[in-house]
Design a protein around this ligand. Structure first.
Ligand SMILES: Cc1cc2nc3c(=O)[nH]c(=O)nc-3n(C[C@H](O)[C@H](O)[C@H](O)COP(=O)(O)O)c2cc1C
Length: 220
């Protein structure tokens, strides 16, 4: 944790997110495509870690690169626990049926997982239902208002309901507000919300959750 986060609520994410996006669509004619792009491009890491008998697919969705680091830590922890972990972005459409277990997660925009990972999850629902699957969400509410964990947990309720997949665990992790990694509209939304700046990821918490979850997945 780089600093003490302040409080922002889900309603404000939705209200300010919508208002700032609408203002930019209506009045954004003066911006060039370059102004709208994130200052740094996302790193969509794809890697294999460990050489254990049990195989785990770790699928993630990110826009700013924040969730990449969480997925990588999950992979490292699984490898240290004796499994083999393939960490793959949802955009690469990995096939879950080749694995003993799956961990899938995403960063959040306006109370939802990213489109690519939602699509992957729904498109692979029967393979996910046929093997132990855990989910995780990475967002700012878990940094600013961890007491609202139930609200964050509910971000994935529609996906769980639509897919029929019952996760063995659902990890809720703090993310970041690193201006250089967000596009101009995203920066304006976070500024309007007075979201505190910093990288609030707690990699020890991610590792502890992964160790517990590895047992629940039956891969240790
Ligand atoms: C436009 C925008 C909307 C966001 N909406 C939410 C939200 O509804 N709830 C939340 O807790 N965090 C929200 N966040 C914070 C992100 O989930 C957080 O910055 C996360 O670390 C981003 O990770 P990713 O880029 O890997 O997806 C939002 C961020 C932006 C830029």
């Amino acid at each position: 944790m780089t600093q003490e986060p302040k409080s922002i609520s889900r309603r404000r994410f939705v209200v300010y997110g919508g208002a700032v996006s609408a203002a930019l669509v209506v009045g954004g004619g003066g911006y060039t495509a370059a102004n709208w792009a994130p200052a740094e491009t996302d790193e969509l890491l794809r890697t294999t870690m460990g050489d254990g008998m049990s195989t785990v697919l770790v699928v993630y969705g990110t826009k700013s690169g924040c969730t990449t680091g969480i997925a990588e830590k999950i992979g490292e922890t699984l490898a240290a626990a004796g499994a083999t972990a393939d960490v793959v972005p949802a955009e690469d459409s990995p096939d879950p049926s080749a694995y003993d277990a799956v961990i899938v997660g995403s960063g959040i925009r306006v109370a939802q997982w990213h489109g690519a990972v939602k699509e992957w999850f729904l498109g692979n629902a029967s393979a996910l239902s046929a093997r132990p699957t855990a989910m995780f969400t990475c967002c700012l509410t878990m940094a600013t208002e961890p007491e609202k964990a139930e609200e964050v947990r509910a971000y994935t309720d529609p996906l769980i309901e639509e897919s029929g997949v019952t996760p063995v665990a659902l990890g809720l992790f703090a993310g970041w507000n690193e201006s250089a990694r967000f596009s101009l509209p995203e920066r304006l939304i976070l500024r309007a919300l007075k979201a505190p700046k910093g990288d609030f990821r707690d990699f020890e918490a991610v590792a502890a959750w992964t160790r517990e979850t590895a047992e629940a997945l039956g891969v240790t």
